[in-house]
Design a protein around this ligand. Structure first.
Ligand SMILES: N[C@@H](CCC(=O)N[C@@H](CS)C(=O)NCC(=O)O)C(=O)O
Length: 137
């Protein structure tokens, strides 16, 4: 085979490999997107978290204080954790964890969660009764 024909075949093979890789990336992004949507919409409380994150611990403590059990997705324990984080950026506009969702709606991060707890908004969103005092978290 002539040199130029060999180069053409190589270029074509590289292009096919690139196309396949782009296809897999977009297919995987859409399945991660579906996972995120499904998770947010099928649990009352969802926390996208990282196990070592102190802010995430604080958000979890809020729900413990309210005797509520959130559905927690620990991004650092999953192979697709950083893809989930990419999807979350599109939904919440931030790359930080935790990201908390209540009844399918974004509440915010740790500071927002503590604030909503202290103001009584969180209990209201969850439809639960609380005593008036709030422990420091
Ligand atoms: N003010 C934010 C702070 C959250 C924060 O800084 N989280 C750190 C982890 S502890 C983070 O997401 N860092 C970037 C990353 O892990 O990708 C909140 O209230 O949620």
């Amino acid at each position: 085979m002539a040199v130029s024909a060999r180069i053409n075949v190589t270029v074509m093979m590289v292009m096919v490999a690139l196309a396949i890789s782009l296809y897999w990336d977009s297919a995987s992004a859409s399945s991660v997107g579906e996972f995120v949507d499904k998770t947010i919409n099928s649990h009352t409380i969802v926390i996208f978290s990282k196990t070592y994150c102190p802010y995430c611990r604080r958000a979890k403590a809020v729900f413990k204080e309210l005797n509520q059990v959130p559905h927690v997705v620990e991004l650092d324990e999953r192979d697709d954790g950083s893809k989930i984080q990419d999807i979350l950026v599109n939904i919440v506009g931030k790359r930080t964890v935790p990201q908390v969702f209540i009844n399918g709606k974004h509440l915010g991060g740790s500071d927002d969660t503590v604030e909503a707890y202290e103001s009584g908004l969180l209990a209201k969103l969850l439809g639960i009764e609380t005593e008036d005092h709030h422990d420091d978290l």
